[in-house]
Design a protein around this ligand. Structure first.
Ligand code: MD6
Ligand code: FE
Length: 217
């Protein structure tokens, strides 16, 4: 995008904050692209509506989800997996918007992971009270690739633990425009999101949207 003399200056972003070996927070990294990312996410959601998936244990997830890219993450009574098509429509997932792939690749490089080309983007929508319990991301075929996670809208408390479920998690604030990148020794760390506090975000109102980019296939 071209920038004129009269535009707002870009939001500065802080130096990467290392939270564990291979895991960094890039605060404010996506602020300048947030409007474009939100618009693109809304187009994906129009084609593949957000819905609350059922866990293998039979619970309805508090977070509503959709996907774009070659693969989408899904859950049902039979388990968690990546699928090339949306089980609701039988159609392939919407293509990954160029601004999504570009943000993911640039953030990964900033965190030291050059050449990241995501083939899956999971879109998570949190409303007040929604949470994600501690889990590992281990359904991806390529564990050498990092995960890039972009936060938009209301701030959340991210819980970041260790390689054992019993490791007590640290808490980090993820605000609008913050990006988390993790891989390497942290790739299988347990993590989650505390119940979302209510609020009113100027762009997104009473919700938080999280985009997580992976190499799934
Ligand atoms: C969220 N994120 O931030 C949920 N997983 O809404 C995740 O579960 C996650 O942020 C792997 C890597 C980064 C993440
Ligand atoms: Fe995760």
């Amino acid at each position: 995008m071209t920038r004129s003399l009269f535009d707002e200056p870009p939001t500065p972003y802080d130096a990467p904050e290392s939270i564990a070996p291979g895991a960094v927070l890039l605060h404010n990294y996506a602020c300048d692209q947030a409007e474009a990312l939100i618009q693109a996410a809304q187009q994906v959601i129009a084609a593949a509506p957000l819905r609350h998936l059922i866990t293998p244990g039979g619970h309805t997830m508090a977070v509503a989800m959709s996907n774009c890219g070659d693969f989408g993450w899904v859950s049902d009574r039979t388990g968690y997996r990546y699928e090339r098509t949306n089980p609701l429509s039988g159609q392939p997932w919407p293509a990954m918007p160029a601004c999504f792939a570009d943000m993911a690749a640039r953030a990964a490089a900033e965190a030291g992971f050059e050449g990241f080309r995501p083939d899956a983007c999971l879109i998570n929508r949190y409303e007040p009270g929604a949470r994600m319990s501690l889990h590992q991301d281990r359904d991806e075929a390529d564990m050498t690739a990092p995960i890039v996670s972009v936060s938009l809208g209301l701030p959340a408390v991210f819980l970041f633990g260790g390689l054992q479920r019993s490791d007590r998690p640290a808490r980090y604030r993820l605000a609008h425009g913050d990006v988390a990148v993790w891989g390497g020794p942290s790739r299988l760390a347990f993590h989650g999101v505390a119940p979302l506090a209510d609020g009113d975000h100027p762009q997104l109102g009473r919700q938080r949207i999280n985009l997580t980019f992976r190499r799934a296939g």
